[in-house]
Design a protein around this ligand. Structure first.
Ligand code: NZQ
Ligand code: ZN
Length: 385
């Protein structure tokens, strides 16, 4: 086990914590508040932020869309530059936060921001960034990754840089009160798959990472089982902290990672606009069945320690069935229908998805690099109706 680990994001957890952002943002800093389609203006979060920013010099940029695009965000970069902004405050879900990371880095780079996403430009500076999280799901509020879409090329790609790690993140579970149920569920599925991408590989004897990953998965199962209690403070706080811990770097330290479910899922979003969480529920069961031989030991461990399954018979296969049942119990489909593909037939869709992977050189995915384009084709074939 060999790793460097630090998570410098200051977490402000609990009700009423939005009021404390002015303890962290320096009063001399000019702030750009970045937000999405306007839910924050309807649920009172904007007003709390406005109150906390009393006395600051600040301006706003709204309209960051789900699966944020370079095309929209480049306008925010231009604004940040012309207004000589020092600090980006992202108020939203993963899309707004990821968008803010792109803006923070793009404002300090003369070239085309898309070069940051493709890796052509390595980020060497960025504006400071803070977060008020409104949707627990991605973990983006305390990690250094961002996923950006390009509508010209239909690409959805990610970049990582320590320069865009948020300085602070407010996690106030009350923000979840206005979330549509399907977004709440998307968040549960996303957090589940984040843990799996870092846990479901091969046994590496990493007892702390495995044990903590299993605790997070068990919590998600329990929250799914008590979904009718989702209006309680306790339920909300537990989901918010679980989703945060699932992708803040800790459980992924010193172990192999997979991330193929995400890579294939991103292509569904890029071509059909499918919500991120939904793409994962569609891909994961098919991918796990395809990769069962590589993942058998960890699937068995998950089956025993998280689902409490008996050790007899095809335990690994039964564990995958249990994961699929979990998604379905939340009302999440595990196949992509033709209707969701705007009527496109299956073979055309699979071709288009594989072409996307090929274009972006995603031809050796997974912890063993065993998911080549042919394997991806087989997985898409199993995941599409
Ligand atoms: O646009 P607004 O008005 O904010 O509405 C949003 C949006 O329509 C709404 N919403 C958010 N908080 C709300 C709310 N509605 C009512 N009340 C609230 N409190 O929810 C909708 C979806 O928001 P979005 O930010 O798109 O969702 P999510 O947090 O699931 O983020 C998804 C994006 O994050 C990326 C995904 O690929 C996708 O682009 N990811 C980022 C990761 C990272 N940076 O580490 C990892 C993830 O695997 C993921 O790939
Ligand atoms: Zn995700």
């Amino acid at each position: 086990m060999q790793f460097h680990y630090q998570n410098p994001t200051h977490i402000l957890f609990g009700q009423g914590q939005i009021a404390n952002i002015n303890r962290i943002i320096s009063p001399n800093q000019k702030v750009l508040l970045l937000f999405g389609g306007g839910s924050i203006k309807r649920n009172g979060i904007y007003q709390q932020v406005e109150q906390a920013l009393t006395g600051y010099s600040w301006l706003e940029f709204g309209g960051v869309e789900p699966n944020p695009t370079k095309q929209t965000l480049d306008n925010a970069i231009a604004l940040a530059r012309s207004e000589q902004v020092d600090f980006i405050l992202a108020v939203g879900g993963g899309s707004v936060i990821d968008g803010a990371k792109y803006v923070a880095a793009g404002a300090c780079f003369e070239g085309d921001g898309w070069d940051i996403v493709t890796g052509k430009h390595k980020v060497s500076d960025a504006l400071s960034l803070g977060v008020v999280l409104t949707l627990p799901a991605t973990g983006s509020e305390s990690n250094c990754g961002a996923v950006i879409s390009n509508t010209d090329t239909q690409d959805k790609l990610s970049f990582r840089s320590p320069y865009v790690q948020p300085v602070f993140a407010v996690l106030d579970p009350d923000v979840m009160k206005s979330l549509p149920t399907h977004q709440l569920i998307n968040g549960m599925v996303d957090a589940w798959v984040h843990v799996c991408e870092q846990y479901l590989t091969w046994p590496q004897g990493a007892m702390v990472q495995d044990g903590y990953a299993e605790a997070l998965l068990k919590t998600l199962l329990q929250l799914g089982g008590s979904f009718n209690n989702r209006d309680s403070d306790e339920w909300r706080a537990n989901l918010m902290f679980t989703a945060n811990q699932a992708l803040n770097g800790l459980i992924g330290s010193g172990v192999a990672h997979d991330w193929a479910t995400h890579a294939l899922g991103h292509q569904l979003t890029a071509l059909y606009g499918t919500d991120h969480g939904r793409t994962l529920a569609i891909i994961q069961p098919a991918l796990l069945r395809h990769q069962l031989d590589f993942k058998r030991a960890k699937l068995e461990q998950l089956g025993r320690n998280v689902f409490g399954l008996e050790a007899s018979g095809e335990l690994a296969g039964r564990t995958i069935d249990a994961i699929e049942d979990f998604f379905q119990s939340l009302g999440v489909a595990t196949v992509l229908t033709q209707e969701e593909r705007n009527g496109q037939d299956k073979s055309q869709a699979v071709d288009a998805l594989v072409t996307q992977l090929q274009k972006n050189a995603m031809d050796a995915l997974g912890e063993n690099h065993s998911i080549d384009l042919e394997a991806s084709r087989e997985i898409f074939n199993a995941a599409l109706q």
